[in-house]
Design a protein around this ligand. Sequence first.
Ligand SMILES: Cc1ncc(COP(=O)(O)O)c(C=O)c1O
Length: 462
Amino acid sequence: MQSNLSQVLPDTAVVVDGRLQLAGVDVVDLADRFGTPLIVLDRASLETRAKSYAAALEPARVFYAGKALCCVAVCEMIEALGLSLDVCTGGELETARAAGFPMERVLFHGNNKSVGELEAARDLGVGRIVVDSHDEISRLARVGVTSKLLVRITPGVEAHTHHYIQTGQEDSKFGFTLADGAALDALRRASELRSAGLVGVHAHIGSQIFEMAAFDLAVKRLAVFLREAKDAFAFEPTELNMGGGLGIAYTDDEITPPPADSVQRILAAVEREFSALGLAVPELSLEPGRSLVGSSAITVYKVGTVKRIPGVRTDVAVDGGTSDDSYQKGLPSPEQTDRVYVSVDGGMSDNPRYPLYGAKYQALLANRMNDESTLWTTVAGKHCESGDILIKDVPLPVDVREGDLLCIPATGAYTYSMASNYNRITKPPIVMVEDGKAVEIVRRETLDDVLKLDRRLDGSAL
Ligand SMILES: Cc1ncc(COP(=O)(O)O)c(C=O)c1O
């Protein structure tokens, strides 16, 4: 295997006879058995990361952010690991219920929770609700929610990540801002609700964060705010939830520290900042999503059309990078002016991350792992949309061809959970691999599933 790929592949990845195996299962065989596109989830990778988070935060809670990948089997896995679960819609809540997830360990997020969703949370006995707006405080009072409450604060910290996936700035649809006094007001109002009690505050400062100083600053601002709250109406939190956001390696130039190191750093910041202001140190909890499931899965596609256009690639890489920085750093930078489109049998409907925010990935051929990758290609989907790109520039073997099995690593988070039926393409299955065995945990969607929702003009079913 190219050494640079071991960073981005699941922990159990090995190459045997030039073919990729995960958890002792041959990926080419998986593609034959389950078809493509196919998401393969390595249970051991997920469990290792979950256990490392849990051990680092012990005895406080790790809430897996279900939005990253939400299905019954993943909820079952998270429950068996003893972790808690963050849901942010009635749909995710219902998935947790279907998985038999203990509701006391569920935390409910969302900037626009409906009355129906809050009633469901009340009736199911959801453990915690993160209060996001003044309107929601009124709804909580009407519904008579009995959960523990945390108030979501936007601490005005800009995490170093892509603009569209930042949520910690003051200009955000989430939570209460500090500067205009909204946060203090919200804390006071939430403390007066007839609930199981206001236990603390929450902040989520962004996603795919590598710059840990952002967490230090956010914790500091929250401590200053909570000192103010103590002085104003004697409120002291017992819980501080710092959300998710830790980054993972999508490409070989991204080095991720072990989650435990990042957790230690946030714990130290909480201890330092709260003690410095004479406040009791609250229990820190976190909501990792991407850093739990992201690197635990790959997506396998079949290559179809390979199109070469001579001479159109004018932004040729120089010294491993270009002006738009779309090339993977550290890889050979060819004088290649041909654009080579490698089209696969999925695309933006199973992974919209490139069209959404220019996400980067590596790629490899599961059936030819030992072939050198020297041809710069653009991996495209099969949607009727020029923007349907999976990877803008990535090296593949020069003779990449129809029938090759192209794998994109690190697709466990925010791919299937953001999948659509654009162009009436059906969603792929998810297969979990463990100890040489493969189990389908989400079956492939069929066109019947899609058409089942359609009605004729007279309203009749098909
Ligand atoms: C409130 C909240 N918590 C946790 C997460 C999970 O973040 P990540 O997947 O980056 O760890 C998100 C992601 O958007 C979020 O909005």
